[in-house]
Design a binder for this molecule. Structure first.
Ligand code: GAR
Length: 210
């Protein structure tokens, strides 16, 4: 039974999708805790209602990034997770933290990386005239939004899209893709090499086209 710990900062809709799919499909895994760096994150309420242990560690109470990361690691390690999932965790993690969880730290980013790392991805995709947008699940490395890509989901950018309408379309694709990628991890299907991440049985065809 693999132990999954999920870090959030807000709404937690990806968290919900993962918890739901884990239960519905009886993965060989359980979500052992949900931790938020923001008080009042909606996802904490969802987790608590499902009987999942929750914690909140407000980064504003720490003098440095390292001090926050250290305390967060301490909290995480108490749950002994096999996998740490960033699901809308809007806080940059330091190199020490990333190294500690290397190979077992996944993130979802709302763009087709390596395009549009950072914030405001949907507005930037529209302004750039992109015809496709999407989301990426990747292993976390010290360079922000640049780790080995596990899966990508694409959706069309429509002529009358606003950042909000595009975000809704991408989010629906995230909810299909992220649980699948987490499932691959807990079923030991992912192999990371210099050439990227390969699914043990499916090869490199980790595509979700909308
Ligand atoms: C998602 O769209 C996720 O891709 C994005 O935040 C949203 C969280 O939604 N993550 C990032 O921007 C990370 N850089 P959720 O809380 O409803 O899952």
């Amino acid at each position: 039974m693999k132990r999954i710990l999920i870090l959030i900062s807000g709404r937690g809709s990806n968290l919900q999708a993962i918890v739901q799919r884990c239960a519905d499909e009886a993965w060989p895994a359980q979500v052992v805790a949900v931790i938020s760096n923001r008080p009042g994150a909606e996802g904490l309420g969802f987790a608590a209602a499902r009987g999942i242990p929750t914690a909140m560690l407000d980064h504003r109470g720490f003098a440095s990034r390292e001090a926050f990361d250290d305390e967060l690691s301490h909290l995480i390690d108490g749950f002994a997770p096999d996998l740490v999932v960033l699901a809308g965790f809007m806080r940059i993690l330091g190199d020490g933290f990333v190294a500690r969880y290397a190979g077992r730290l996944l993130n979802i980013h709302p763009s087709l990386l390596p395009a549009f790392a950072g914030l405001q991805t949907h507005r930037r995709a529209i302004e750039a005239g992109c015809k496709l947008a999407g989301a990426t699940v990747h292993f976390v490395t010290p360079t922000l939004d640049h780790g080995p890509i596990v899966a990508q989901a694409s959706v069309p950018v429509l002529a009358d899209d606003t950042p909000e309408t595009l975000s809704d379309r991408v989010l629906a694709a995230e909810h299909r893709m992220y649980p699948e990628a987490v499932r691959w991890f807990v079923e030991d299907e992912l192999r990371v090499s210099e050439g990227g991440v390969v699914h043990h049985r499916l090869g490199i065809s980790q595509l979700f086209c909308g």
